[in-house]
Design a protein around this ligand. Structure first.
Ligand code: AMP
Ligand code: MG
Length: 340
């Protein structure tokens, strides 16, 4: 094993929780030298975990090579290898973990398992300068409102069923919307929503601090099938209803914690209407609104590399025999000593 040098070194991070296989390289000082993302695009329908995992195995060597080339460093320069240990889809996580174990063992460097949700928060802070925000993390697989308290990121509210991004994606597929190459379904819905004018009543479900999107999705699809509504109006109403739900919960977390920053991240953070709504509540509470640049808001290897740096320099190492993947690894189970 190489000796641990705090303040200098390189961490390679592997992200593979769902449809994206990504490799990032970060320095111990927080420079991101590479962030290569290769997304699996299903021929039709949603993500099939086994098919996505096969994609990850096929592109892994190419993505790693490109990351080293972009970073301008060699494998022997690495100090530590980090990987997304969970939560996520089993076959996808296992593929990334296998690649990470192989690299770390071959290079004789330590391995660090990173929580995917913690990584979204940490890269968001690194890229926006936020220090201690209330985070709204909205993606294809997660919908979480979280903030730091007593050594951990606590979940203040979350979805009880499907994720916000998933809700938009399924609606778009049901509506037969077409994507241009690389364009996410959420962005297609956003474009149509801009010309929507009429607010169609749809179920708005916030229970305590938690949210439910499945009834909303079912009702939106039902309205679509029954006809009589313009697609633009349905996209607009779906967005307004779903976004109001996440914004309500975020605002309550902000009022309760009295934090001075709101961080918006995850793939859905690219949505301009959502940004506008979150910005409005941040301003009302005299908090700074921070939105993560798209490249770092979607699932990416750089966030795993950077969180790997934070964990490793605070003493975390994951022995190979403990590097099994954690499909349901919750955010608040992770200690974050670097926030002390
Ligand atoms: P992620 O799970 O972080 O990789 O993000 C993917 C999710 O973000 C998918 O559900 C996309 O439809 C969604 N997404 C991407 N761009 C937008 C957008 N402009 N508006 C809403 N959702 C979006
Ligand atoms: Mg993704």
């Amino acid at each position: 094993m190489k000796s641990q040098k705090v303040g200098e070194g390189y961490c390679l991070g592997i992200e593979s929780t769902a449809d994206d296989f990504s490799v990032g390289i970060a320095t111990f000082k927080g420079e991101i030298l590479a962030n290569i993302i290769d997304a699996y695009i299903p021929p039709e329908g949603g993500i099939h975990p086994r098919e996505a995992a096969r994609h990850h195995a096929e592109v892994a060597d190419k993505v790693i090579e490109e990351a080293f080339k972009t970073a301008g460093i060699k494998p022997k320069d690495l100090t530590v290898v980090a990987f997304s240990q969970g939560p996520g889809l089993g076959p996808c996580l296992r593929t990334g973990a296998t690649v990470a174990r192989t690299l770390a063992s071959y290079l004789r460097v330590p391995l660090v398992g990173v929580n995917h949700c913690v990584a979204h928060i940490e890269i968001g802070k690194l890229k926006t300068g936020a220090v201690d925000p209330v985070t709204l993390y909205v993606s294809g697989g997660n919908t979480i409102v979280a903030a730091f308290d007593a050594g951990r990121y606590r979940v203040f509210g979350e979805t009880l069923d499907i994720a916000l991004g998933n809700c938009l994606d399924v609606f778009a597929r049901e509506a037969g919307l077409r994507q241009k190459a690389g364009e996410p379904f959420g962005a297609v819905v956003e474009k149509l929503a801009k010309s929507g004018k009429r607010l169609v009543p749809l179920p708005y479900t916030v229970k305590g601090m938690d949210m439910s999107f499945s009834g909303l999705l079912t009702a939106a699809i039902k309205a679509l099938r029954e006809g009589g509504y313009k697609l633009e109006d349905l996209c607009y109403s779906l967005q307004e209803t779903a976004f109001s739900m996440v914004v309500e919960v975020t605002e309550r977390a902000l009022a309760h914690t009295e934090k001075r920053e709101v961080l918006l991240t995850g793939g859905v953070a690219a949505n301009k209407r959502l940004q506008e709504m979150v910005r409005a509540i941040a301003e009302e509470h005299n908090a700074k609104f921070c939105t993560v640049p798209s490249e770092y808001a979607i699932d990416n290897g750089a966030m795993i590399a950077w969180t790997g740096v934070l964990a490793f320099t605070h003493g975390a190492i994951t022995p190979i025999e403990e590097s099994f993947v954690r499909l349901r690894w919750r955010l608040e189970e992770v200690e974050v000593p670097w926030m002390g």
